[in-house]
Design a protein around this ligand. Structure first.
Ligand code: NAD
Length: 500
């Protein structure tokens, strides 16, 4: 029997007139059918979300009870880790080692962390007395209303939890729009919120294409905040769309992470770490380390080791725990990567490994790219400036730490960066890099208690970390005059000379 996923609107599972198929990018087998939502479904979801907000059950639920419900969802997801990890691997081709630990594991940890900080959050604080009036000052942090959460296909559950978690912890209502290629785990998350007792209409999920469904949601007049993870181009269009209503926006966008190996690094560790930085999640990670910067004097040695180690990466079935690199999400994304190979060679880069789609019976179905390394790359080449979004590493050389920093920061992006070397020197370089996350002697360290987000065109705002909830509240200052009206009387005297 086919696994079918409906949309979740106003506490009901709703079907659209049309369905579409999700097929495994590794085998092209049918994984599920999904409702193809329309702009009318977006309207219905926003109305339901606003209705739930106005009715107020969820936002008036004490924060500790909201946190308890979020914890219940975390427990329910944790209990299904293996099943959900396998479903994610079948749906988007990310390897099961990554989908278990990162996609599901980190999402569970993020929800638990949010539940913990929601209980200590200063929902209402009283400040110092306001003299000389005298007045009391109160700051209330209250939910915004309807939040639109729009997420991509590469790490769907974590990018969803980063938005839905704090939005719900703060008492907002949410309309979630997963990516059309990978909506299943966001829908499973909604199932768990329903099972945990979230009131109807507080969380809604509309599935369908970016255009028109995503664009209709992000521009909807009923939406007070858009939280988006995806491409920089769409992020910019959402920012423009939001200008008219001064809608709040959080953006997590693309990246072109610079990964610097210093000449005092443990080269074997740095080489393996650099492959992990670039190739994990099939290279389909916004925070991937895709530009490798190595000292000119050590070029041949490092490139030799890199190619030797990369050649041992196992490309194949994402459900096998021994697989390092799985398939590419779609035929069009594979073709886009192949186009970049032609562009790179035309610009003078040299293929040191891969550079093509693999051949062989196991690659007849699905969409595949060999782990690829380009050398002789300079930072002005498109392959060094644009996000390729696949298992493709470009290698550049530098002559001094200053030059490495300059090349690393010479990009429109600023999501991630990394440095391999002795602690103090690497830390000094790390402090000079313009990126939201900088990893020293490792990569992909994403932790619920620390912020994630980008400098420059990689984003706006941060997700995760101790300030996660701040992005989903409005701060209201209430001043209570305790003077018995002295100031008001004085003002009345000024405007009414008869009282003088
Ligand atoms: P995308 O921007 O095409 O799609 C992302 C989401 O936006 C999907 O749900 C899509 O349906 C929707 N969408 C598409 N067009 C839209 C529009 N006009 N208005 C509103 N919504 C629209 O992104 P993609 O290329 O499929 O995903 C990969 C991108 O996501 C990469 O650039 C990657 O770097 C980025 N990403 C960033 C982070 C981060 O945290 N910074 C994390 C994961 C992925």
């Amino acid at each position: 029997m086919t696994n079918h996923y409906s949309m979740y609107i106003d506490g009901k599972w709703i079907d659209a007139e049309e369905n579409y198929e999700i097929r495994s990018p590794a085998t092209e087998e049918l994984v599920a059918t999904v409702s193809k939502g329309t702009t009318e479904h977006v309207d219905a979801a926003v109305t339901a979300a606003q209705g739930a907000f106005d009715e107020g059950t969820w936002r008036r639920t004490p924060p500790a009870e909201r946190a308890a419900l979020i914890n219940t969802v975390a427990e329910r997801l944790a209990a299904r880790t293996d099943e959900l990890a396998a479903l994610q691997s079948r749906e988007n081709g990310a390897t099961v080692r990554i989908t278990g630990a990162l996609h599901v594991g980190l999402s569970v940890g993020q929800l638990q962390y949010l539940a913990a900080i929601a209980q200590q959050y200063e929902w209402e604080t009283t400040g110092p007395a306001i003299e000389p009036i005298p007045a009391a000052g109160i700051v209330v942090r209250e939910p915004m209303g309807v939040v639109a959460a729009i997420v991509p296909w590469n790490i769907p559950l974590l990018t969803t939890v980063w938005k839905v978690g704090p939005a719900l912890a703060a008492g907002n209502s949410v309309v979630l729009k997963p990516d059309e290629h990978a909506p299943l785990l966001p829908l499973e998350l909604a199932r768990e919120f329903e099972a945990a007792g979230l009131p109807p209409g507080v969380l809604n999920v509309v599935t369908g294409d970016g255009e028109p469904v995503g664009a209709h949601l992000s521009g909807h007049p009923g939406v007070r905040k858009v939280a988006f993870t995806g491409s920089t181009a769409v992020g910019k269009s959402i920012l423009r769309q939001s200008a008219d209503t001064v809608r709040r926006v959080t953006l997590e966008l693309g990246g072109k992470g610079a990964n610097i190996i210093l000449d005092d690094a443990d080269i074997d560790m740095a080489v393996d770490g650099s492959l992990f930085a670039c190739m994990a999640n099939n290279g389909e990670a916004c925070e991937a380390g895709t530009r490798l910067l190595i000292p000119s004097a050590r070029r041949d040695e490092i490139v030799g080791k890199l190619v030797e180690r990369a050649a041992t990466l196992k490309l194949g079935d994402p459900l096998e725990v021994t697989t390092h690199v799985g398939p590419i999400i779609s035929a069009s994304q594979r073709d886009r990567i192949l186009d970049y190979f032609r562009i790179a060679e035309n610009e003078g880069a040299t293929v040191a490994l891969g550079g093509q789609a693999p051949s062989g019976p196991e690659f007849e179905k699905g969409y595949w790219i060999e782990p690829t390394i380009f050398i002789d790359v300079t930072n002005d080449m498109r392959v060094a400036r644009e996000e390729v979004f696949g298992p493709v590493l470009v290698v550049l050389t530098y002559d001094s730490d200053d030059e490495a920093v300059k090349i690393a920061n010479d990009t429109n992006y600023g999501l991630s960066a990394g440095v391999w070397g002795s602690d103090e020197r690497a830390l000094d370089v790390a402090r000079r890099l313009a990126a939201g996350s900088v990893w020293v002697n490792n990569w992909h360290i994403i932790h619920p208690a620390y912020p994630f987000g980008g400098y420059k065109e990689s984003g706006l705002g941060r997700e995760g970390g101790p300030h996660s909830i701040d992005e989903y509240v409005e701060e209201k200052f209430i001043a209570l005059d305790r003077s018995g009206g002295i100031e008001t009387k004085a003002f009345a005297i000024v405007i009414d000379p008869a009282q003088n």
